[in-house]
Structure formats: structure tokens, C-alpha cells
Design a binder for this molecule. Structure first.
Ligand SMILES: Cc1cc2nc3c(=O)[nH]c(=O)nc-3n(C[C@H](O)[C@H](O)[C@H](O)COP(=O)(O)O)c2cc1C
Ligand SMILES: Nc1ncnc2c1ncn2[C@@H]1O[C@H](COP(=O)(O)OP(=O)(O)OP(=O)(O)O)[C@@H](O)[C@H]1O
Ligand SMILES: [Mg+2]
Length: 504
């Protein structure tokens, strides 16, 4: 069987693993359901083209496993194939679908109804119980799906079987090119994921030079460097993409200068809770945040444990604008912070091809393999924050930023990168920085308490509070806020009326 042979002869170990796993899923499905009870949803797209050849291989191996004639299995493809043909399909896709059906002798049902009605009619007419789909992680409809997922509530009842769910964009192209199978010509013209003629254009990231006839030249789909951007050509014509800053909830005007943003910090570390290690980064991060006008509303230290991290993230991310988390990030068994973040958002961990590429640069082939845990990131909510001064990009999951720093100087570096990245992606809206004055008084606690509460009533817009370094020592009063003149008035009043003296 030519597909099986091409993969076995290839020295791409990752592709071999993906192939074996997908064929295993197909064989499991063929063991669970009879061939009359399954269907293959084919639309001429690259993912369903991959699936077609995997099904051909899977069916062949299933037959060989049952000691049936392999010759027969090789020529006939008995799985009912369904194609929802619409009037807005690209002609190239349509003709590729029909040509493929003829080359591989597919028994193809053409359905000219919407998905739901078409499936309802199909299930009435045939004993179909499971449908193979070329859905992959990263597709908007893949969130929450497993390799075997029942159809959604409100849809006709069948099992969705997704053998290539965990395949990346690169895996798809590695397979098609290794097996040298035909694919739709649009993929050689810059299209990277194909919907309808109304919502699909070539991917601008593949835009090359203009030809002599002054037409735009596009590179083939397999040259797209970042697979996460495969759907960049799936935009409505005439509409513009929302800016990243706007999608973060931060406006581009200067109203953010007046807003008080709040952040929380989660430190993950059993050793801190044991008392064996002292955290040295909290105070630095608080000062950094204050310097860009952010108030820190909560700091939590938690165990290296998925549920503990998830609980904290869930609690804090809804009450403040941004959550910073550090500790428990890496390849050790105790490094569970990223998984905790995924759990807090109710998404699963999925392989991130681009992140894996970074890890491979640093760790070489040691980091790859069947299950590279470190390259698994929360599915559908992760953004990688790149900066030339970072060996590995920082991970942002919605309003949670995962820092990898383990000491003060690494934290300084990561912070500087975040600040530099800020204008281009609206990460941290800089507002007016906090300023403070520190005063010292020798008043007794009782006297100071009365004065301080009067001052707090007079200056509700400022923080006025005190602490002492020893019970018998002087009281240090902090006046903090964003309005310099209000701070001066309050500090002067404390000095004049209550005999406070400025320190620093
Ligand atoms: C055979 C088949 C089964 C589907 N089953 C479901 C389903 O159970 N739940 C659902 O929300 N969408 C289902 N869909 C719709 C797809 O999730 C998706 O909307 C469709 O493939 C269009 O994707 P696109 O926007 O990427 O082109 C199904 C589609 C097909 C072809
Ligand atoms: N019109 C359709 N008819 C039959 N199956 C479909 C149709 N549209 C989508 N599907 C199924 O849904 C899967 C996912 O669709 P999707 O558009 O993400 O992938 P694709 O079309 O195979 O490749 P591409 O991402 O390049 O468009 C397909 O592989 C196919 O199994
Ligand atoms: Mg498609």
C-alpha cells in the first residue's frame, strides 16, 4: 500500500508517530463500527485529503490484520464519502473533489443541503453511526473535541471521529509531500485554509513579488512559516482585522492614562511554602507594576499542583485586569503551572508547533518525541510574546501572563521585553505611574492612629498607611497616589501638623 510504504520509508520520526496514531484511531473506529456504519466527510480541503489517504491506509491495514485479501482492500475504498457541495465553493476545490473521487473510486454522495439537514437525511437513509472528519486542533470548531466526540447537542446523533485532531499544519504538509499525493491547486497559489469564495483569500503571509503581468505572486501553502496563521486568509473581504490592542480590551486612545488597572501575582512553589526558599521577585514585580501605574491587588503563593494553580487563576483573573504567574514552568514533574492555567480556563493542553520549534532550538532533539509535554500549551487561548532578548517567548493566556524568570535579573529582562512589546500589542496599558512619599514619626501608635484616620478621610483618593520596623521603633508613613499635588498637600499636612519627617 503506497501510503503506508511512503511513511515507513521516510525518516521523519514525528510524521511516523502522527501517522501511526491516526491509523490506530481509524482502526479502532473500524473495529467498533461496521464499514456500512461509517462515513467520510470529504470536501477537497488539505485536511480531508490527508484523511482520505489515512483512511485508505487504515482500511487496508484493518483488512490485512483480519487476513483478508490485501489486493482487494487496496483497490476498493468502501467507506461512504459525503461531500456537501455549495454554490459558493471554489471551482478548483469542486473539480479536485470530483477528480479525487474518480481516481480513488470513492462512493461519493453529493449533498446540496446545509450540514444539519444534510446529515439528518443521510442518517435516515443509511445506518451511519460514525463520521470521519479532518478537524484539527486550532480549527475554531475543534475546541473541546476529542478523537471520538459525539455530535453536538442539537445535531443529528452520530460519533465524530477526528483521526488528525492533534496534527499541526506542518504535519499535514509533511504527509502530503512525503506521500506525493495530489492536492487542490489553490494551495500552490497562497491559499492555506479554504472556506467559501466569499470568505477566503490567499494568505498575505505568503505574498511574494509581483509577476511581469503585474499580478501578485503567492508562495505555496507548505512554505507558511507559522502554522498558527493558516487561517489568516479566512477573513471577510472588505473588513479589517481587529487590532490586537482592541481585542485585549485596551483602547488605543489615551483614556487608559486615567484608568486604574489592577494586577495580581501568583507565585507557584512548594519550596516557598516549605520555607526552604525565599521569593525575591514579588517586590520587584510590584514596583515594576507601580511604575506603570498598575495597582497590585493580590499576591498568592500556591503549591505546585494543577488544581491549586487553577483555583488561584480562576479566582484572580476575574477580579483584576492582568494576572502574572511564575514558578512551576518547565519540564519537571512539578512544573504544572501552565496546565493549571489551562484548567482555569476550561481548555485542554495541546501541542504548539511554534513553541516546540523554540524549544528544539534550545534543547535540540531532546525536547521532541511522541509526547513533548513542554510544547503543550492551553488550547485556543495562548499567544506567544516574542522578543529578540527572550530565548523562549513568554506565554500569554487571555489576561494571564506566564513568566519564566527564576531570579531578579531574568525578571528585569522579561519585564523590559513586556514593556517594549506593549505598544504593538496593547499588553500592558501604561497609565500614570504611582508616586509616593515616605515620612517618619515618633508619635505613639494610639496618637498616630487617630491622625492617620483623619488624613484618610480628607484624602480618600490617596493611600495613606503606616508600618513599623519594630514595636518600639518609629512609625513609617507612606502616602501614595497618582496626583503629585495632592500627595504634596497630604505629606506637607502630615509634616506640619503631626511632626512627621520626610525620609529618602
Ligand atoms: C460531517 C459534519 C459533521 C459536523 N458535526 C458538527 C457538530 O456535531 N457540531 C457542530 O457544532 N458542528 C458540526 N459540523 C460543522 C463544522 O463544525 C463546521 O461548522 C464546518 O465544518 C464549517 O467549517 P469552516 O467554517 O471551517 O469551513 C459538522 C460538519 C460536518 C461536515
Ligand atoms: N463541505 C464539506 N463537505 C464535507 N465535509 C466537510 C465540508 N466542509 C468541512 N468538512 C469536513 O470538516 C473538516 C474540517 O474542515 P476544514 O475546512 O477545517 O479542513 P479542510 O477543508 O480539509 O482543509 P482547509 O483547512 O485547508 O480548508 C474537513 O476536513 C471535512 O472532513
Ligand atoms: Mg476547508
Amino acid at each position: 500500500m503506497e501510503i503506508d510504504k511512503a511513511i515507513r520509508e521516510s525518516d521523519d520520526t514525528r510524521l511516523k508517530t502522527k501517522y501511526n496514531n491516526a491509523v490506530h484511531v481509524i482502526q479502532r473506529a473500524l473495529a467498533l463500527y461496521s464499514v456500512e456504519e461509517v462515513a467520510f466527510s470529504f470536501n477537497g480541503g488539505k485536511d480531508s485529503t490527508v484523511l482520505l489517504h489515512l483512511l485508505r491506509a487504515g482500511h487496508y491495514l484493518h483488512k490485512v490484520g483480519k487476513n483478508l485479501s490485501a489486493d482487494d482492500a487496496e483497490i476498493t475504498f468502501p467507506i461512504r464519502t459525503i461531500y456537501f457541495e455549495s454554490s459558493s465553493v471554489f471551482p478548483e476545490i469542486n473539480s479536485f473533489t470530483y477528480d479525487t473521487a474518480s481516481i480513488y473510486k470513492l462512493q461519493m454522495d453529493i449533498i446540496r443541503l446545509d450540514f444539519k439537514s444534510g446529515l439528518e437525511a443521510l442518517l435516515k437513509a443509511h445506518p451511519i453511526r460514525a463520521i470521519f472528519l479532518g478537524v484539527r486542533i486550532g480549527d475554531p470548531t475543534a475546541v473541546g473535541q476529542e478523537q471520538f466526540s459525539p455530535s453536538s447537542p442539537g445535531w443529528p446523533a452520530f460519533m465524530r471521529v477526528n483521526p488528525i485532531l492533534d496534527w499541526s499544519y506542518r504535519d499535514v504538509w509533511a504527509f502530503l509531500l512525503t506521500c506525493k499525493v495530489p492536492y487542490c491547486s489553490l494551495y500552490d497559489q497562497g491559499y492555506t485554509s479554504i472556506g467559501s469564495i466569499h470568505d477566503t483569500v490567499p494568505n498575505a503571509l505568503l505574498c511574494g513579488s509581483k509577476t511581469n503581468g503585474n499580478e501578485q505572486n503567492y508562495k505555496p501553502a507548505y512554505l507558511l512559516p507559522d502554522g498558527r496563521l493558516e487561517r489568516a486568509g479566512r477573513v471577510k473581504k472588505g473588513t479589517s482585522q481587529p487590532s490586537p490592542a482592541a481585542s485585549n480590551g485596551f483602547k488605543q486612545d489615551d483614556s487608559h492614562l486615567k484608568r486604574n488597572f489592577t494586577a495580581s501575582i501568583i507565585v507557584v512553589g512548594d519550596e516557598i511554602l516549605f520555607g526552604t526558599v525565599e521569593d525575591r521577585m514579588i517586590s520587584i514585580l510590584c514596583r515594576k507594576l507601580h511604575s506603570v501605574g498598575w495597582a497590585v491587588s493580590h499576591i498568592a503563593v500556591t503549591r505546585n499542583d494543577i488544581d491549586s494553580v487553577a483555583d488561584e487563576v480562576e479566582r484572580l483573573n476575574s477580579t483584576c485586569d492582568m494576572v502574572f504567574i511564575y514558578g512551576g514552568v518547565g519540564p519537571l514533574p512539578s512544573d504544572l503551572s501552565v496546565a493549571g492555567v489551562a484548567k482555569a480556563f476550561g481548555v485542554r493542553m495541546a501541542p504548539d508547533e511554534e513553541f516546540e520549534e523554540y524549544l528544539r532550538h534550545i534543547l535540540g532533539e531532546r525536547c521532541t518525541g511522541d509526547r513533548n509535554e513542554m510544547a503543550q500549551l492551553p488550547e485556543g487561548i495562548t499567544e506567544l510574546l516574542h522578543h529578540e532578548k527572550l530565548r523562549v517567548p513568554l506565554i500569554k493566556c487571555q489576561n494571564v501572563i506566564i513568566l519564566t524568570a527564576t531570579n531578579a535579573s531574568e525578571l528585569e529582562n522579561e519585564w523590559d521585553c513586556l514593556i517594549e512589546l506593549m505598544p504593538s500589542n496593547g499588553l500592558l496599558a501604561i497609565s500614570e505611574p504611582f508616586i509616593s512619599r515616605r515620612l517618619v514619626t515618633t508619635l505613639s501608635d494610639v496618637d498616630a492612629a487617630q491622625h492617620l484616620s483623619e488624613m484618610c478621610c480628607k484624602f480618600p483618593d490617596l493611600y495613606i498607611g503606616g508600618y513599623r520596623e519594630s514595636r518600639g521603633g518609629s512609625l513609617i508613613v507612606t502616602v501614595k497616589g497618582k496626583d503629585k499635588s495632592r500627595i504634596s498637600t497630604a505629606a506637607d499636612a502630615l509634616c506640619n501638623k503631626f511632626g512627621c519627617k520626610e525620609i529618602e
